[in-house]
Design a protein around this ligand. Structure first.
Ligand SMILES: Cc1ncc(COP(=O)(O)O)c(C=O)c1O
Length: 401
């Protein structure tokens, strides 16, 4: 038993079976403690976590600077409503704006940030009679009604209709398909600069620059969903900086406060002004604990030179992945940008998660066939080698490898 555990994994599973709604498929272990890229289960087994917190634990588990900042903040103020000013919210917004652009609105999750971005885009364009939003096949924007409507795949809509009106879906990496959907009522284009849940799909330079040009030509807002790509994940503070294509509105969540729940809508000041008092709000948004964690996250990334580490470790992952791809015909394609790693297989890959877990490595499989890793920005070279050795073993065991 791990010292942080009070009961076995099995006992926790039994409590869940009785009291927790079963809307997630869960692996049969209870995790009790984490440090950096390692996490332990109740029985004391250690795992190398190459998918910490589904991308939220961007500095690994319990980064000391963030733990300290939250501990200090919690003793002063836990929650303060947005009817008052707090130092931490102003400071975090300033740090984000200096590394990105414009002004920020704070909420608590990715879906909530998307809702805010959609409302802001419509508010900014309502005077021109524009409200339609174009999104993309294989996208993922969250589970609330507008966010799940923006998410193009029909499987996410089944049984939920009617969906929110005003959304249409273009094909990723296909500018002509976007052009066909633009009309006088189109307000915005919403896109993840790199599709995450859709399988680490990296757009071409022409496509992403072409979207900006289309927005400029037709007076549309370009909204980047950076819930997964923000905070150095791609090797730059934000995904858009990979291309130098400036969005008008940008959403963040997941890693933005290193695992403390937070969502952000960032907008150019001319657009941000449309979010006036009474138009949008979030009770917990911008709470002192999340804001203190966010400030500590930015400081840690800078003090520990983690953007440089992302570049070095990304190249190291890429070397391993390229060697595996040369060896194993079961690998169809590999897609890597910073600490976003996708290994697309010719066969379903879901069994790889359990097999890696048995060998002490946590990974994810998305879109049925894509092994997805979102490692912590501070992962070490030894951990990259350790994890890729296990993934290699598991892939060699696949049928048709
Ligand atoms: C790009 C993107 N947008 C939005 C979301 C929704 O975020 P949340 O689950 O915090 O609501 C996700 C979650 O995976 C995401 O990857």
């Amino acid at each position: 038993m791990h010292p942080a555990a009070t009961q076995s994994s099995q006992a926790t599973i039994e409590t869940f079976q009785q009291y927790v709604i079963a809307n997630y498929n869960r692996y049969p272990i209870s995790l009790v403690h984490g440090e950096g890229s390692y996490v332990w289960d109740a029985e004391g087994k250690r795992y190398l976590d190459l998918f910490p917190g589904w991308g939220c634990d961007i500095l690994g588990h319990c980064p000391p600077q963030v733990v300290k900042a939250v501990q200090e903040q919690v003793a002063h103020l836990i929650h303060i409503p947005n009817t008052w000013y707090t130092e931490a919210q102003g400071e975090f917004a300033k740090l984000l704006g200096e590394r990105g652009f414009g002004k920020s609105f704070f909420c608590n999750s990715g879906a909530e940030a998307i809702e805010g971005a959609i409302k802001l885009a419509r508010l900014a364009k309502t005077g021109e009679g524009k409200f339609k939003i174009i999104t993309f096949g294989n996208s993922f924007h969250g589970r609330t009604y507008a966010a799940v409507t923006a998410t193009a795949q029909p499987k996410y809509h089944e049984g939920l209709g009617p969906m929110v009106p005003g959304f249409s879906y273009a094909t990723h990496n296909d500018l002509a398909s976007v052009k066909r959907l633009i009309d006088k009522e189109t307000a915005a284009i919403l896109i993840e600069p790199i599709q995450g849940e859709g399988g680490i799909n990296i757009p071409t330079d022409e496509f992403i620059h072409g979207l900006r040009a289309l927005c400029d030509e037709h007076g549309l807002l370009l909204v980047f969903d950076e819930v997964q790509t923000c905070m150095g994940r791609t090797g730059t503070w934000f995904g858009y900086q990979q291309w130098g294509v400036q969005p008008d509105i940008l959403t963040m969540a997941k890693g933005v406060c290193a695992g403390v729940a937070c969502g952000v809508v960032m907008a150019r000041p001319e657009i941000a002004q449309y979010l006036k008092p009474g138009k949008h709000a979030s009770t917990f948004g911008g709470n002192p604990l999340a804001m203190a964690a966010g400030v500590a996250t930015i400081r840690t990334i800078e003090d520990d030179h983690l953007l440089e580490n992302v570049k070095a470790m990304s190249a190291r992952f890429a070397g391993h992945v390229a060697r595996l791809a040369a060896e194993l015909p079961v690998i169809r394609e590999t897609r890597i940008r910073g600490m976003m790693i996708g290994i697309d297989l010719h066969v379903p890959g879901t069994t790889c998660v359990q097999k890696c877990m048995e060998r002490g490595v946590l990974i994810n499989v998305t879109h049925d066939t894509v092994i997805r890793l979102l490692p912590a920005l501070n992962i070490t070279a030894e951990q990259v080698d350790e994890g890729m050795a296990v993934i290699g073993e598991v892939l060699r065991d696949l049928p048709g490898a």
